[in-house]
Design a binder for this molecule. Structure first.
Ligand code: GLU
Length: 311
């Protein structure tokens, strides 16, 4: 096929190559399921969120500051397949959490080009929100009472559960009860890490900043299992099904929320309204099916929004 530069047939070959590329681009299907990322988010299937041009939220200090600044700063993950991923070449973020973040931005009156994503690891989410480094956070962030003392949460917008990821040749681990004496990796500052530390003290627990480092450690036989939410683990397994598998049943409930500064109740209420609207008008389902749904997680009914009293 690489004949384009040689001799007389060159012009025609070049034209054919160009035509092929064009067809590819038009169909947006160059390896629909083939070229990397394998079964990645389907850009062409993503919803276009209606930007609420006249939106005002003067009671929210976070919104007011972002409006004056001219753009939103949104905290996210960058290494969680189908949830929050950053393309190393283009710097573009994609995944279900990223779609939720975009859906929220549109309802707050921000155009897509006025969103700046910033990667924040699990252990640094609360401080990032407290210091005003980010306006809100969307990244597999479990709502719980302890965290509610430090930050606010809109949502939940998805319900995950803790699981275990092992190498495909592993036959001894089928649930957390099998972890005695095994080396298990999770992210510092996460609820799955905390749960193993408290409920399964005989497991040898190691922590890194991110789950992708844990997965590298699993593949190089440094650890026996990786533990976090099933939604995250299924994404890693879907990218390397010959090497890794998710085992057992989920053993916790991890309701995902959008983190906001703790006392910004106006922003929290507006995001809850936006989530409800997106769930009603079909955007939520479309976003799910074009992202997380591609890792094999079936589209669930989103959990009910928890509008807890003002902080
Ligand atoms: N959902 C869990 C948590 O918020 C685990 C995933 C994560 O670390 O982001 O801690």
């Amino acid at each position: 096929m690489l004949r384009t530069n040689s001799g007389r047939g060159g012009g025609r070959s070049a034209a054919l190559l160009a035509l092929g590329l064009l067809v590819c681009v038009l169909a947006a299907a160059c390896g629909k399921d083939g070229s990397p990322p394998v079964k990645g988010p389907r850009a062409e299937a993503l919803p276009v969120y209606q930007v609420d041009e006249g939106f005002q939220l003067p009671d929210s200090p976070t919104w007011s500051k972002a409006k004056r600044r001219g753009y939103l700063v949104v905290g996210a993950k960058e290494d969680q397949p189908y949830l929050g991923e950053k393309d190393p070449a283009s710097g573009v973020y994609s995944g279900f959490d990223i779609e939720i973040a975009r859906m929220m931005a549109a309802s707050l009156g921000f155009e897509p080009r006025t969103i700046r994503f910033r990667t924040i690891a699990s252990a640094n989410r609360e401080t990032a929100l407290q210091n005003g480094q980010i306006d809100y956070y969307v990244g597999t962030y479990t709502i719980n009472d302890l965290r509610k003392k430090l930050v606010g949460f809109a949502g939940p917008y998805y319900m995950a559960g803790q699981g275990l990821l092992v190498r495909t040749d592993e036959n001894d681990i089928d649930g957390p009860q099998d972890l005695d004496g095994k080396t298990v990796c999770s992210a510092a500052g996460s609820t799955p890490y905390q749960r193993i530390a408290e409920d399964y003290p005989k497991a040898v627990l190691v922590a890194y900043d991110t789950y992708s480092i844990c997965v590298d450690n699993l593949l190089t036989f440094q650890v026996d299992a990786v533990t976090t939410d099933d939604a995250i683990l299924l994404g890693f397994a879907a990218k390397a099904p010959d090497e890794m598998k998710v085992v057992g049943k989920p053993f916790s409930e991890e309701p995902y929320g959008i983190g906001v500064p703790r006392t910004d109740n106006a922003l929290r209420a507006a995001l809850n309204d936006a989530l409800e609207a997106g769930e009603k008008n079909g955007d939520w389902k479309k976003a799910f099916e074009a992202t997380l749904g591609r890792s094999g997680v079936p589209a669930p009914t989103p959990p009910p929004i928890d509008r807890y009293p003002a902080n």
